[in-house]
Design a protein around this ligand. Structure first.
Ligand SMILES: [Zn+2]
Length: 329
């Protein structure tokens, strides 16, 4: 995979250049240590000049080689004081995260997905439900800001009311959220909001911020496993910023309208979550903060759109589509 090879390259290149440079130094020192061949029919003064150059450069090169060897081989605590090539690498890694290609992002999203589904939560695999969610997602994608990457919509088997996105087109909704939604348009509004996060590359931005923070001092941005670990942690624990939420809402609203869904469902669902009585507030509100502010802004956008119609408002049709979930619930 592109990212893997980039990561390998990142770790491999400095070692390669260290070897190359060392070998170059050794060859040069050997050459300069060689006396001028006496058999050459060369003038005496030229031979003297060669000796002088040889001595001067030999000492300079020996000094460089010794210094270089000391810096490279000197043992240093990895956390206390990063080695000089770690600093170089850090520049490379941030540069790469800033310029992550679509293919690299999708590959990284796939690896994060593998970790999430293998260790963190269980996917709900009832085909009628997963096909249904995927159809809603694929209906929305062409109307999003970023339709050119592949999207994967999955259902997480959890009573928590939540939805989230990682990167590279991976979107998750919980069975708890599907049961709480009253109609297809409300479910679609959450999915389109998550597509908005992916379109705006919010997870990539968060990963870059995390890599820049002091704790990730070495080659974390380049190291595939570290990048995936950050991605998993962000997916599970990190709330999005208010700014990211507002951005995803606006993108999501446009996508929802473009796909022909009733846009007011985005507001009604958020209000429903906010006003739910009893129990703890849904996870969705803690991972997607600033709900009151978001509702106000969405209402303002809806007034400007002035669209009162749209698909997906039939509660009976929706209950029929998610029947396997309701039987279990
Ligand atoms: Zn969000």
């Amino acid at each position: 995979m592109a990212l893997t090879s980039a990561a390998t390259c990142g770790n491999f290149l400095p070692a390669f250049f260290v070897k190359l440079f060392t070998s170059f130094l050794i060859r040069l020192i050997r050459l300069l240590s060689t006396p001028y061949p006496s058999t050459y029919p060369m003038a005496h003064s030229l031979a003297q000049l060669w000796q002088s150059i040889r001595r001067r450069w030999l000492y300079a090169l020996l000094a460089i080689a010794v210094t270089f060897g000391l810096v490279v081989t000197q043992p240093q605590p990895s956390h206390a004081q990063p080695r000089w090539f770690d600093l170089l690498l850090r520049g490379v890694q941030i540069f790469q995260l800033s310029n992550l290609s679509d293919n690299q992002e999708v590959a990284l999203g796939r690896q994060i997905n593998q970790q999430l589904t293998a260790r963190q939560f269980r996917l709900y695999r009832e085909p009628t439900i997963t096909d249904y969610v995927n159809r809603i997602g694929q209906r929305l994608v062409p109307h999003s800001e970023r339709p050119q990457i592949p999207y994967t919509f999955q259902v997480v088997d959890s009573t928590q009311v939540n939805a989230f996105a990682t990167m590279g087109g991976f979107v998750y909704v919980t069975t708890g959220l599907m049961r709480t939604a009253e109609n297809e348009a409300e479910l679609a509004s959450v999915i389109s909001h998550e597509i908005g996060h992916i379109a705006e590359r919010h997870a990539v931005k968060q990963m870059r911020e995390r890599a820049i923070q002091g704790g990730i001092a070495t080659a974390a941005g380049l190291d595939r496993n570290a990048a995936v670990a950050i991605g998993v942690e962000l997916a599970l624990n990190r709330p999005n910023s208010r700014q990211d939420e507002l951005e995803a809402d606006q993108d999501g609203l446009q996508t929802l309208v473009g796909a022909g869904y009733a846009p007011q469902a985005m507001v009604t669902f958020m209000q429903k979550l906010l006003n739910r009585r009893g129990g703890s507030p849904p996870t969705f509100l803690s991972t997607h903060p600033a709900t009151g502010d978001r509702i106000t802004r969405l209402e303002s956008s809806l007034r400007q759109l002035n669209i009162s119609q749209g698909d997906g408002l039939d509660p009976a049709a929706y209950r029929d589509r998610i029947r396997p979930l309701l039987r279990q619930g």
